[in-house]
Design a protein around this ligand. Structure first.
Ligand SMILES: [Zn+2]
Length: 232
């Protein structure tokens, strides 16, 4: 039993953390850059959201402000596009891009887009798996014999539910962004030069989800390395 300080697989976690940090720094800087650029339409994030929803005939979805920054999300249980304060009342390209992206999720929900439904069904499973996976592995490492192997492998399987959730999130996010850009263009809300700014913001945001998958893959590799080392 020597799990601990000199564990060389820890480097995998560090690499994952660095990838995630770079991705989140990039989304913040892209968001800030285009926060300083106002769109010619003069509409706020909230107004753009209302227009896009109406243009798709979606009248049962509300638009509400939420505290924090980059906390924007669509809540399917209350059918609400929640926009962070810097997005809700701002007329910047960043605000419009993010508001349109969240409307993309509302559109997915309205038409029963399958990956979104699958993702929602995975939420409780992934929460359960994410909470229990590492504790099970750690307890397994402290024990010996069969029970140890069972716990470690159960932990790894539970961790895979988190990874699966993150992988299913990718098409949902990419699709919401492509809907957002198509709607902004189709409704004449952004000029072509403005669209490329919105695209930059949304692409940076999408990369944070890719980084999340990469970080989890590295964690999975580490778990497998730990399990494998125990077997010998
Ligand atoms: Zn999204």
């Amino acid at each position: 039993m020597y799990y601990g300080y000199y564990d060389p697989t820890y480097i995998l976690i560090l690499v994952g953390a660095v990838i995630s940090m770079i991705a989140s720094a990039r989304v913040k800087s892209a968001f800030q850059k285009y926060s300083r650029t106002g769109a010619m339409n003069g509409l706020t994030g909230a107004q753009v959201a209302q227009r896009l929803l109406a243009s798709k005939g979606i009248y049962d979805v509300g638009v509400a402000p939420v505290a924090g920054s980059l906390t924007d999300h669509y809540d399917p249980s209350t059918r609400t596009v929640n926009l962070s304060e810097p997005v809700y009342g701002s007329t910047s390209l960043s605000a419009i891009a993010v508001a349109a992206h969240e409307c993309g999720h509302a559109m997915q929900h309205a038409e029963g887009y399958a990956p979104l439904a699958f993702r929602s069904s995975l939420v409780p499973v992934a929460n359960f798996g994410g909470t229990l996976s590492w504790p099970l592995v750690l307890v397994g490492l402290f024990l010996n014999g069969n029970i140890s192997n069972i716990l470690i492998h159960a932990g790894i399987i539970l961790f895979c539910t988190v990874l699966l959730f993150q992988i299913v999130t990718l098409p949902v996010e990419f699709n919401a962004s492509s809907r957002a850009l198509a709607q902004l263009e189709g409704n004449g809300l952004l000029a072509s030069g403005e669209l490329s700014g919105a695209k930059t913001v949304l692409r940076a945001a999408a990369l944070t989800y890719v980084a999340g998958v990469a970080a989890s893959l590295l964690q999975l590799l580490r778990l497998l390395a730990i399990a494998n080392r125990r077997r010998r």
